[in-house]
Design a protein around this ligand. Structure first.
Ligand code: NAI
Length: 714
């Protein structure tokens, strides 16, 4: 039921009384063809997020429909391009388990009433139908969707550590079969209209202009029918034939357990609710669904994940705090169409921006453009874009070996080599051709922006936009604000990040900014632990077992030893420390990374084995292996994050959590370093104090951690 918070979570001015009294859902009696309508239009909420009031109004509208006995009923939205994006997450805040369970049961009752209406019901989906929004549509007999890019359907609750709780775990498998339903629920996948049609979630896709007409047609001619449980015999067997179902459920449980290592209880709870419903009937399934929902919503994982989603949604406004006015962006320039630049250009084009790109020569441009095509084709195969949209995206990017076409750019992002001189030269060239109000953003991993901008004629329009790789997957952009930057230029970079569909955090300039600084500090500690005697495998295994996506040493191999080494040195120098020399030693021997001769590991075909040269270079262990590896590295990370907040590199703990989870893979179920520090304050501080005593002052807890004041007021 719960998916997205509306603007409702963000602070907003009180609505005028007159607006408050308008209902969120209205019943419109039958037209000449005998078709009545229920229109969802929550006042003052742009996404029709479901709150208590909306459900009450919905119940009243269903009762009115039942009494009116029309020939058919269309359920639609009163908002343009917006169906129902899920439930208002603020509903969950400060509520007890039993209240949350009750809320689920009352929404289930309303949708049971909708499903039980004795005439045909049709959902007209004109925008996102997510979480509770899709559950409303699933309680109708037929679903028609507009063929528009903003239309998406999905049960996305597991992303929040929750499960669908308004019948979604029951109605979806009955409609499209167990295998596909589990896939949608467990991955929280959002489907574009045509893909949803193929999956059987949607019955017809029509041009947006005729959506209502088509829905009314269906309401007059369709008959009530029972969902079949999938399109194929195999799907129907897996849904309704107990032995086949048992196999499908067993496979789903073991796959889920392997992927989540039991840390994300929602997925397993969703499988249970589906299983109970199919074995014992829908009432038993709904009961299991409501109970699990209550438990998950107050559990630590559910709360951490929900808090993260709320932070992400609020950030769309909060990121602009203290900044100037963003300038409009339609044309983007990209300099350097390498690995990052081509990803950035593709993301910009996919967001509807026109892109002019430049690389050193025609061959480099051609390679970049073909990466952009490949990224777009891959995404199209995965159902992210429809084919026509993909062609338009590729068509929005042009490129060449010079800066022609850059004169009308509103924003230029440079992603050339990580070399100060090259970046400065590019900026000098850009200053020759750009309009004075155009913003220049540099995508550097660690070079201070003020240094890059030092020789610029107009340093006030130069900011940092630190993207993460791969750009099309990673949801974060770290916008770096150098002291000389104009507040409007920074706001423009933030607006661009949002236009690209990413979450921006705004940090101060300095070596490694926030993300590279905390990551490099943690990796530096991993190098120290290697020298002390911990093994490469033990370190990486401990971290993945703790919930990080990859171990720190494997990560260094993936990023490349030269790049990681450079970032580590930059950050260590800024703190007056000497970076461990192991990376330089490995590079000197030709071990430069996964695709460059190996690194901490050797890569032999598909096999990865620790590189024995590392221990030889490090010499005998200096300390007996001691203590919990993952704990030491994670508290090192938290301590550095807290130092960034103390020093004003970060504006808020919320941005620190977003940056760590969305950019660096800090385990999401812990909510982020600051949320985790609040939950485990005593333990984090004593661990750091114990480590500082035996391993050095660098591990002393920061002032803000020691103060014991929570980072977030609860
Ligand atoms: P890359 O080597 O794949 O691409 C650099 C591109 O810039 C090449 O196509 C090169 O021909 C072009 N180039 C170099 N000098 C140029 C010039 N004067 N004019 C026009 N084009 C020029 O490198 P990658 O990985 O894309 O990195 C680019 C930047 O992004 C670096 O500053 C890097 O630190 C940063 N970055 C890299 C990340 C990564 O994971 N690779 C992550 C975040 C930032």
């Amino acid at each position: 039921m719960i998916t997205k918070i509306s603007g409702g979570s963000a602070p907003r001015p009180p609505a005028p009384i007159a607006q408050d009294t308008r209902p969120s859902v209205t019943f419109i009696p039958a037209d000449a063809a005998g078709v009545a309508r229920i229109v969802i239009d929550r006042p003052g909420d742009p996404v029709n997020a479901i709150d208590v009031r909306l459900m009450e109004d919905f119940a009243a509208a269903i009762a009115a429909a039942r009494n009116a006995r029309p020939r058919g009923l269309v359920v639609s939205s009163g908002k343009e391009g917006q169906f129902v994006a899920g439930a208002d997450l603020s509903l969950l805040r400060g509520t007890s388990q039993s209240d949350i369970e009750k809320a689920s049961r009352s929404m289930q009752r309303v949708l049971n009433d909708l499903a039980a209406l004795p005439f045909v019901t049709v959902a007209a989906i004109n925008g996102p139908a997510l979480g509770g929004g899709l559950e409303i549509a699933l309680a109708c007999d037929t679903r028609i969707a507009a063929d528009a890019p903003n239309v998406r359907v999905g049960l996305t609750e597991t992303r929040l550590g929750l499960i669908p709780a308004a019948g979604g775990t029951q109605r979806l498998p009955r409609l499209i079969g167990l295998p596909r339903a589990l896939d949608m629920i467990l991955t929280a996948r959002q489907l574009a209209p045509k893909r949803a049609l193929r999956a059987g979630v949607i019955d017809e896709v029509v041009h947006p202009a005729v959506l209502l007409r088509a829905a009314i047609d269906h309401a007059t001619r369709d008959t009530k029918r029972k969902p079949k449980g999938g399109a194929t015999v195999v799907e129907r067997a897996a849904t309704h034939f107990a032995p086949a179902r048992a196999i499908a459920l067993r496979q789903a449980r073991s796959r889920t357990f392997a992927e989540t290592k039991g840390r994300y209880p929602a997925q397993l709870a969703a499988i249970d609710a589906v299983a109970i419903g199919l074995a014992k009937g829908i009432d038993a399934g709904l009961d299991a669904e409501a109970r699990a929902f209550g438990e998950l919503a107050i559990g630590e994982t559910g709360r951490s994940l929900t808090a993260l989603v709320m932070l992400t949604l609020r950030q769309r406004k909060a990121a602009f705090e203290g900044l100037g006015k963003p300038r409009a962006i339609a044309n983007v320039g990209v300099v350097g169409l390498g690995f990052m630049g081509s990803g950035i250009a593709q993301a910009a084009a996919a967001s509807g921006l026109r892109v002019r790109a430049r690389d050193r020569d025609a061959a480099a441009v051609a390679t970049g453009l073909s990466s952009i095509r490949a990224l777009t084709t891959d995404a199209t195969k995965k159902g992210v874009f429809e084919r026509r949209e993909a062609a338009r995206i590729v068509g929005r990017v042009t490129g060449g070996p010079d800066l022609s076409g850059f004169h009308n750019a509103d924003l230029v992002i440079e992603a050339v080599f990580e070399e100060m001189a090259t970046k400065r030269r590019v900026i000098a060239e850009l200053e020759q051709v750009l309009r004075p109000e155009a913003v220049i953003a540099t995508n550097t991993s660690a070079l201070p922006i003020a240094e890059i901008a030092r020789e610029a004629r107009s340093p006030e329009r130069i900011v940092g936009m630190h993207f993460f790789s791969p750009v099309h997957k990673m949801p974060l952009i770290e916008v770096v604000r150098p002291a000389a930057a104009d507040a409007d230029a920074v706001a423009t970079a933030v607006a661009a990040a949002i236009a690209l569909g990413k979450t921006p955090i705004v940090v101060s300039d300095g070596p490694g900014f926030y993300t590279t600084r905390v990551l490099s500090t943690m990796i530096g500690e991993a190098f120290t632990m290697l020298a002390e005697g911990d093994s490469i495998e033990a370190i990486d295994r401990a971290m993945t077992a703790f919930g990080w996506p990859v171990g720190p040493l494997q990560l260094v191999d993936e990023v490349g030893l030269e790049v990681a080494g450079h970032a580590g040195e930059t950050v260590a120098k800024a703190r007056g420390m000497t970076a461990p020399t192991i990376v330089q030693q490995l590079v000197a021997e030709g071990f430069k990374g996964k695709h460059k001769g190996g690194g901490f590991y050797r890569y032999d075909g598909g096999r990865r084995t620790p590189n024995p040269r590392v221990r030889e270079l490090l010499g005998a262990p200096t300390h007996p292996a001691a203590g919990d590896i993952a704990e030491r590295l994670t508290v090192t990370f938290i301590n550095e994050a807290a130092r960034c907040l103390d020093e004003g590199v970060l504006r808020s703990p919320g941005e620190g959590d977003l940056g760590a989870v969305l950019g660096l893979g800090f385990p999401p179920f812990l909510g982020g370093p600051f949320r985790y520090a609040d939950a485990q304050r005593q333990r984090v501080v004593t661990t750091l104090e114990r480590l500082a005593a035996s391993r050095g002052d660098r591990l002393l807890p920061t002032e803000s951690l020691r103060s014991r004041r929570p980072f977030f007021s609860l």
